[in-house]
Ligand binder design. Sequence first.
Ligand code: SF4
Ligand code: SF4
Ligand code: SF4
Length: 173
Amino acid sequence: MGSGGMIVMDEDDCMVNIAKFYLDFTQDESCGKCTPCRIGTKRMYEILDKITIGEGTMEDITKLRNLGKMIKDSALCGLGQTAPNPVLSTLEYFYDEYLAHIQDKRCPAGACKALAKYKIDADKCIGCTACARVCPVNCIEGKPKQKHVIDAEKCIACGACYTACKFDAVIRP
Ligand code: SF4
Ligand code: SF4
Ligand code: SF4
């Protein structure tokens, strides 16, 4: 009822990216009357954006926590007071995803395109050619019934091959 809701997500949803999505929403909805909400959430969004493109640092985690707490304590209305929740709760329950982005420069869900990488596991590939047929930039090489290989230089990380492969041979290392 009201503004309550439930969203079901899976391993293909990046929690850092989702937190960023909610901060973006807050930017649109904020009336701008008070500084914590108007400027604080903007700074949080910028930090999350940095993390999703692989430029985040461990110091950014501390900044997110401190800013989030300050905004919750000082924003004038419920919108600002709850705006940091997606960041604070993903930091609590999906901290490993933040670490993957910051320390390993990797997005486990493959949602942050700047960090997504795809590779074919030669042990699992049976050469069905499905991945090569859906690749929009033709960067998968291999003949039918032979192991296929992704040219990492040309790959644009669209994820189509990952979805197309029925043998779990396309992996996000
Ligand atoms: S917390 Fe409420 S009053 Fe303050 S800027 Fe945000 S929406 Fe406006
Ligand atoms: S779709 Fe999977 S099994 Fe088929 S060629 Fe590509 S990687 Fe190999
Ligand atoms: S992720 Fe997209 S561009 Fe990269 S190899 Fe797979 S299908 Fe091609």
